[in-house]
Write a new protein. Structure first.
Length: 224
């Protein structure tokens, strides 16, 4: 009890001393370039709002399906059961976290808003899909989880993956077939732009080149 009273008494004395001192002004924030517009406007004028082309929020708040990249040349669109007219129901989105319940819980905890997707089949046995998952207000935490919990529970040929140009955390991975019968080679990529997380998967009976998955993820990020 004496120790507690001594702590309270010391705190009260500190407040009393501080109250008698003149206020100390805070230093100016040393981060230039944050003002919009760059120069002060004349009195009575307001900043011109961003155009739809300049405002990313306007772009992603429309029909999210329209932001999906086109399927590769020669590929044929398919409609797997996890797709419903270009939308991915939340219950189906869980399939991207095979053995990764934490990542799916993270998606919900971080405000998963809606998911759009497309899938196709190409030459030979090549199949691919792209998913855009939009969050409110931020996807950053879940983007990290999406890269930590990789699909298929495999070690990628490229180890920790390769960075996606133009993104902070985006990475793509290429997998060997391992001992699967029949052979199935796979590639995976994930990145985010603004409030949208991109996930791309490729599966083939033949080895998948790094350029194939890299081109898809870079094109999709650029389109966002």
């Amino acid at each position: 009890m004496a120790a507690v009273l001594g702590l309270v008494g010391g705190t009260a004395t500190g407040y009393a001393i501080q109250a008698d001192r003149p206020p100390t002004p805070l230093p100016t924030l040393a981060q230039p370039g944050l003002a919009y517009p760059a120069r002060p406007l004349p009195a009575g004028e307001a900043a011109k709002p961003l155009s739809a082309e300049e405002d990313n929020q306007v772009r992603t708040d429309g029909d999210l399906r329209e932001l999906l990249i086109d399927r590769p040349a020669g590929a044929r669109e398919i409609a797997p059961e996890w797709l419903d007219d270009g939308w991915v129901p939340i219950r189906s989105y869980a399939q991207y976290f095979e053995g990764g319940g934490y990542a799916f819980s993270s998606a919900l905890d971080n405000g998963l808003r809606r998911v759009a997707g497309t899938a196709w089949t190409g030459s030979g046995d090549r199949q691919g899909n792209v998913v855009l998952a939009q969050y409110r207000p931020s996807v950053d935490t879940h983007a990290t989880a999406a890269l930590e919990v990789l699909p298929w529970g495999m070690i990628a040929r490229s180890g920790s993956g390769n960075p996606v140009e133009g993104t902070a955390k985006g990475r793509y991975y290429v997998y060997d077939a391992g001992d699967r019968t029949p052979l199935r080679y796979r590639a995976y990529a994930a990145a985010h732009r603004g409030d949208v997380l991109v996930k791309i998967q490729l599966v083939d009976s033949r080895p998948i080149g790094e350029k194939d998955i890299r081109t898809l993820i870079e094109d999709q990020v650029e389109r966002l």
